[in-house]
Design a protein around this ligand. Structure first.
Ligand code: ZN
Length: 240
């Protein structure tokens, strides 16, 4: 496995356990981009975060992804198979840029949403609060306006526009139901996908460590330091 070894990856998993999804994604991102300070990563647009996590996932577990989506037409569970390359989008997509929107006499400049923005939200906060936070300037007939005081419908439209500022943050899969033929766009979240995958990997690894430690009396550190294929070979010997 290139990149982090088993012991390091297990530590990443331990750091993400018990965290909320936004912090967990940052834990994964720190592992993917170890030479960048976590505080800096928190200010990355979500699309940049997700692009990096996609590449990290490919380096850890390969480019092939599988998921299940429920057809909104007939309720059938559709199995999806796709690759990191199909989701990666264009290079321009990965460079989120501020966006200027003219709407109902207002001129607003929006910047892409970051992890820090999501962390700043309280559970009671609405989508509008997040949008207001990402408005860098807004004027009406040239006079500055406080973003939080914008009419709800203006904030709602600006919130929709926010997605355009960072297309790589909203990955969608084009799905067609083999049962009824219905087509739709299913959202795909690499951060939660990769976390689930890492979680299952870690659980399996701990069982292997347990098995080998009990059979040979080796320490966790020794077992994790074994190349994966040799670890597997010992497991087969223990099982036989
Ligand atoms: Zn269907």
């Amino acid at each position: 496995m290139p990149g982090p070894g088993a012991a390091q990856l297990l530590e990443v998993w331990g750091n993400g356990l018990g965290q909320d999804p936004v912090r967990r994604a940052l834990v994964l991102l720190s592992a993917a981009v170890p030479d960048t300070e976590p505080d800096v990563l928190a200010d990355w647009p979500l699309g940049r975060r997700d692009s990096e996590l996609l590449a990290f996932r490919a380096s850890l577990f390969g480019p092939g992804l599988e998921a299940i989506a429920q057809c909104p037409g007939c309720g059938m569970e559709v199995e999806l198979a796709f690759t990191v390359g199909e989701l990666a989008g264009t290079p321009q997509d990965r460079h989120a840029a501020p966006l200027t929107v003219h709407l109902d006499g207002y001129e607003a400049t929006l910047r892409p949403v970051t992890s820090r923005d999501l962390l700043a939200m309280d559970p009671g906060n609405t989508e509008a609060a997040l949008t207001a936070r990402c408005i860098t300037t807004v004027t009406e007939a040239g006079a500055p306006v406080e973003p939080g005081t914008l009419p709800p419908d203006v904030l709602a439209t600006l919130g929709e526009e926010l997605g355009r500022a960072d297309p790589a943050a909203a990955t969608e899969l084009n799905v067609q139901c083999p049962g009824c033929g219905h087509g739709w766009l299913a959202p795909f979240h690499i951060a939660s996908y990769l976390w689930n995958e890492l979680h299952h990997w870690a659980r399996r690894l701990l069982i292997d460590v347990h098995t080998l430690a009990r059979a040979y009396g080796w320490s966790e550190q020794d077992i994790l330091a074994l190349p994966p294929l040799r670890r597997q070979a010992y497991l087969e010997l223990v099982g036989s």
